[in-house]
Design a protein around this ligand. Structure first.
Ligand SMILES: [Zn+2]
Length: 137
């Protein structure tokens, strides 16, 4: 972690985080909006499928919100000077990777296995959430 992030990179990464957060927030709101729409239709008893589609939308919104929270954490790391470096091997994480995954804490190589693990866990969590919400039917 001895390396200091240079000012240009800092500004670029900071801007990148702002953009990503705005995008994720907008996406989360869009999922909530769609979810509400679908659950309104479901409440009118028009279509039962709409109700599970609403759950999917709310699940997606929750994932986006979680990502937003990770961005806020990343901003904290940026202030601390640890952002942009791999937590496993200490290498600088490429700007391109950070654009795609602004809250990446690992370089591409170290991140691959870890990301896959996270995706699986998120999928399981989403499935679990939608299942428990269905139990009142
Ligand atoms: Zn690494």
């Amino acid at each position: 972690m001895g390396k200091k992030i240079d000012e240009n990179r800092y500004a670029r990464l900071s801007e990148n985080l702002d953009k990503a957060e705005a995008r994720l927030e907008a996406e989360a709101q869009e999922h909530v909006r769609r979810g509400r729409e679908k659950s309104n239709v479901a409440r009118k008893g028009i279509d039962d499928i709409e109700s599970s589609e609403a759950d999917v939308e709310f699940g997606l919104a929750a994932i986006k919100r979680y990502d937003c929270w990770q961005i806020q954490e990343a901003r904290q790391r940026l202030a601390d000077g640890t952002y942009g470096f791999c937590r496993d091997c200490g290498d600088e994480i490429s700007g391109r990777r950070l654009e795609e995954r602004p809250f990446a804490t690992r370089c591409f190589d170290c991140g691959e296995a870890h990301d896959e693990q996270e995706r699986i866990q998120q999928r399981i969590a989403a499935r679990h959430r939608s299942r428990s919400r269905h139990s009142y039917h």
